[in-house]
Design a protein around this ligand. Structure first.
Ligand SMILES: *Cc1c(COP(=O)(O)O)cnc(C)c1O
Length: 383
């Protein structure tokens, strides 16, 4: 066990990653509290959705203010399920930012619909609302805003375009736990939204996700789709077609503790982030994400932009710091080559890819770790 600068003890797991790197990119903030809950699940012998799943959902509903919430195996399948519940399918086009994780668009493609990429804002990296209208065609049926790196998209702008064009809105808030657009939690503003609990997200259950909606019809559809086309387990009569998108109580047992730790996680991440900002303030070449007024900020990573990215990546890696670049623009993804997009049409997402670096921000970092990373960046610049 190692003491963290919060004074909270967590168990140190010796993964290969950590032995390789002095400073790893991600490390979930899990410890004895999660372990205690896992032991309880094993003692109860109730492994699939049960008491912890119910508690997990209740805590999420209370925190986000969503009227209805349903679990899914992961964020990707939750997005797919949300699209199915909105009846998105062949012949439809769905607007999605060009700068996001591939799953935002692959789930659209899996419904048979076509993902339509829109460039993003160069300062806050979220979808550029001004560019949405030009991408709308008679086939467009939905918009999928993605709240990236810890801040909300301009949701009133998006809802305005959506209403004007009669489009559905499905929010990818995979990275957005704890992020509020004005007073509303992300994922609760459109018709349906999802939050992921993957191991590198703000709070985690390993794999897992939640779907949020205020619409009872969407909720009822989701309920059938996720559980074999029946409202409750324990019957072999299936009124509708559905699949299995359930989580386990083991995952939810971890998730429940994580939700309770959210405030601590948020506080540490903000403190770490500010230490990066202070330590790199004198490095002119480095710029940070713009903090928008319509959202709070739960920094996902310490995302910086700078020149000579490739060389710096090598320098940091050679000195034991695990690096990660920004997203690869969707229009350049080999799996979407057949859509025929031209790189010139996405100047911002290209520039972000070429200059963007995610620095580690997790709760296992000491102040010394962060100062070490910043010192390397300063040294690199002098060379
Ligand atoms: C992580 C992530 C997803 C996918 O969530 P999983 O739980 O990993 O399937 C989707 N969209 C974005 C923006 C993400 O960051």
């Amino acid at each position: 066990m190692r003491k963290r600068w919060t004074g909270i003890y967590t168990i140190k797991f010796n993964t290969t990653m950590e032995m390789q790197y002095r400073v790893s990119q991600v490390e979930p903030f899990v410890g004895l509290e999660e372990l205690r809950n896992l032991q309880e699940v094993i003692k109860n012998k109730w492994l699939t959705e049960g008491p912890f799943s119910r508690e997990f959902l209740e805590l999420i509903k209370e925190f986000t203010g969503a009227k209805y919430a349903l679990l899914a195996n992961n964020g990707t399948l939750a997005l797919f399920l949300g699209l199915l519940a909105l009846e998105i399918g062949p012949g439809d086009e769905v607007i999605v930012p060009d700068f996001t994780f591939n799953a935002s668009a692959s789930t659209i493609a899996f419904t048979g619909a076509k993902p339509v990429f829109v460039d993003v804002d160069q300062n806050n990296f979220n979808i550029d609302v001004k560019r949405i209208q030009d991408s709308i065609t008679p086939k467009t049926t939905a918009i999928m805003p993605v709240h990236v790196y810890g801040q909300a998209c301009d949701m009133s702008g998006i809802l305005e375009v959506a209403t004007r064009n009669r489009l559905k809105v499905i929010e990818d808030a995979a990275q957005g736990y704890g992020v509020f657009y004005k007073k509303k939690h992300v994922g609760t503003i459109g018709d349906v939204g999802i939050i992921s609990f993957f191991a590198d997200k703000t709070v985690t259950s390993g794999e897992g996700a939640v779907l949020l909606t205020d619409n009872v019809h969407i909720y009822e559809k989701l309920k059938l789709l996720r559980n074999q086309g029946r409202p409750n387990s324990g019957t072999f009569i299936h009124p509708a077609l559905g699949m299995n998108f359930r989580m386990t109580d083991l995952q939810c047992a971890v998730g429940v503790e994580q939700l309770k730790k959210f405030k601590t996680i948020e506080t540490i991440k903000i403190r770490n982030y500010n230490l990066y900002k202070d330590s790199l303030a004198n490095v002119d070449e480095v710029s940070f994400i713009e903090e928008v007024v319509h959202s709070n900020f739960v920094p996902f990573r310490a995302c910086i932009k700078l020149e000579h990215l490739e060389d710096l990546l090598g320098y940091l890696e050679n000195n034991g710091v695990q690096t990660r670049r920004f997203f690869y623009p969707l229009h350049r993804q080999p799996c979407f080559a057949s859509l025929g997009y031209k790189t010139e049409a996405f100047p911002v997402s290209n520039e972000l890819y070429l200059s963007g670096l995610c620095l580690p921000l997790h709760c296992g970092l000491s102040q010394e770790d962060i100062r070490y990373v910043c010192k390397l960046i300063q040294e690199f610049r002098k060379k």
